[in-house]
Write a protein that binds this ligand. Structure first.
Ligand code: ATP
Length: 485
């Protein structure tokens, strides 16, 4: 199916109560968005699923929740104050403002009309504020432009508290702020957004083999776009992760592991692998301290763009924080018995808003009547099931429907919907991605059963009320397929 445009997605999200311009009654503010009743549920489900997959299901990663405003020395040490620089450009033809990377300045053209660009100077996208009510005593501070630096500044405490042994990771989900020159494409480029980030630390002497690589991840297929392919103007090539590693396109098995782990999270939640590719940073793009950096890119309606960065940051950040804080951040590597400054072999860094867009684009479809069906994974759907009494005025039917609803809501977020024709109620739920509709009719009272309808193919099955809760639990978790009921 042809993808809808980003403007159509913006309108759909507003109409369904997913996302609105922030402060809409005053005309909004560029780059700021509010998530409505259903959008906030989807966003929360994305974050919960990410946290479960990366923290709760693993023994080697713990989480933190750092402050948005911290000691400004953190941003001096990280290089954000001195080097977090965007170059502002304006199209000479259509006057569209945008930003470019330093290495792109010579050869960049307007993304909108292809016109030449006029350079408008450098600027730092960190938002500043002052801490303390009395002007003379206040301290200039920054709203964090990424969550990752808090992981580095808390590194030693977290390692000690959680008794972490190398290799290990620290994860964080939280707000970040960047005063983007040109916020555009709806949620893709915001000024306030959320990031889900991990710093994964290993002993710098043990970069060779990743002990977690497994056949499922190695067999995962994706379009690979190495820096050499880009230089030689070749097309990306679909291959297994293990092939990319064997050919030396991905240098470290640790890096291949993290790319596959992240792709696997997206695919297991229903994202379409055909819309994904991994792109290696070219020599000019790569940060000086990184040995290898890959982005997971997604085929947005406005082109292939970064969805998630997976940089190898080496020992750069901890070295910087050691230097600036004058604190020893080395830890004991129990395996080798040496004190080491761990290196970050991978920093998976993903924006919640970009993930939100990806899941919505891949779920958006039309049925044969042309109506919208949002085929979200049940894990991400805002409402897991809708309880629909066939008629509103039959007291017995309403009683049994309320009982079913009250019981199901103990397990997950379900809705009770009795307004309009049953067809209209199905359509309304399809559009917001409710995977299962439960209809209660005259037969239900007699037989103590209900009809469960599957959103994706409209198939219906009669299920006994006393087993409904368990059946739904299995369907939502993916342990059972609807066809197997
Ligand atoms: P871009 O080149 O698109 O500006 P970036 O390279 O500056 O992105 P990173 O600093 O690597 O981005 O940030 C990590 C992740 O955070 C990105 O892959 C993206 O998912 C998310 N992100 C970054 N900037 C924004 C933004 N302005 N709005 C929404 N998400 C963002």
């Amino acid at each position: 199916m042809k993808k809808i445009t980003i403007d159509e997605m913006t309108n759909f999200c507003k109409r369904k109560g997913f996302v609105y311009p922030s402060g809409e009654i005053y005309g909004g503010l560029a780059g700021f968005w509010d998530f409505g009743p259903l959008g906030s549920e989807i966003k929360k489900n994305i974050k919960d699923s990410w946290w479960d997959y990366h923290v709760h299901q693993r023994e080697d990663i713990v989480g933190i929740d750092g402050a948005i405003i911290t000691n400004p020395a953190v941003w001096e040490a990280s290089g954000h104050v001195g080097n977090f620089i965007d170059l502002a450009v304006v199209c000479k033809k259509c006057k569209t403002k945008s930003k470019v990377d330093k290495h792109e300045l010579e050869n960049a053209y307007c993304e909108k009309c292809g016109g030449g660009l006029e350079y408008k100077g450098e600027f730092n996208p960190m938002f500043t504020t002052s801490v303390g009510p009395i002007k003379e005593d206040s301290v200039n501070a920054y709203l964090r432009p990424e969550t990752a630096q808090l992981i580095f500044s808390d590194f030693k405490l977290v390692q000690e508290n959680a008794r972490l042994k190398l290799p290990f990771g620290i994860a964080q989900i939280g707000k970040s702020f960047r005063n983007e020159i040109a916020p555009r494409n709806f949620l893709f480029r915001c000024r306030e957004f959320e990031q889900m980030e991990i710093e994964y630390f290993i002993n710098p002497k043990k970069t060779k083999e990743c002990p977690f690589m497994n056949p499922q991840l190695e067999e995962l297929e994706v379009y690979v776009y190495s820096s050499e392919m880009q230089e030689k103007k070749k097309e990306p090539k679909k291959m297994k992760i293990k092939e990319a590693l064997k050919k030396g396109l991905i240098v470290l098995s640790w890096h291949a592991y993290w790319l596959a782990t992240e792709l696997n999270w997206f695919f297991s939640l229903g994202a379409n692998p055909e819309n994904f590719r991994i792109r290696q940073h070219t020599k000019e793009e790569k940060s000086h301290y990184a040995t290898d950096t890959w982005d997971i890119e997604y085929n947005f309606p406005f082109g292939w763009k970064e969805l998630q960065g997976i940089a190898d940051r080496g020992i750069f950040d901890l070295t910087q924080h050691e230097k600036h804080s004058k604190k020893d951040l080395k830890i004991m590597d129990e395996e080798s018995g040496n004190k080491v400054l761990p290196m970050v072999v991978a920093e998976p860094s993903l924006g919640v808003e970009r993930a939100f867009l990806v899941f919505l684009f891949d779920a958006y479809s039309n049925n044969d009547k042309g109506e919208i069906v949002l085929k979200l994974s049940p894990t991400l759907s805002p409402i897991k099931a809708a309880v629909l009494p066939l008629v509103k005025k039959d007291e017995n039917l309403v009683n049994i429907s309320r009982e079913v609803y009250e019981e199901l809501k103990k397990d997950s977020y379900v809705s009770y919907d009795d307004s309009g024709s049953i067809g209209r109620r199905y359509a309304r739920n399809d559009e917001i991605g409710t995977p299962f509709c439960i209809t209660i009719d005259g037969e239900s009272i007699k037989n103590q059963d209900v009809t469960v309808r599957n959103r994706d193919n409209c198939e219906q099955k009669r299920i006994k009320i006393n087993s409904l809760k368990e059946v739904l639990r299995d369907l939502i978790s993916g342990q059972k397929k609807f066809g197997d009921l």
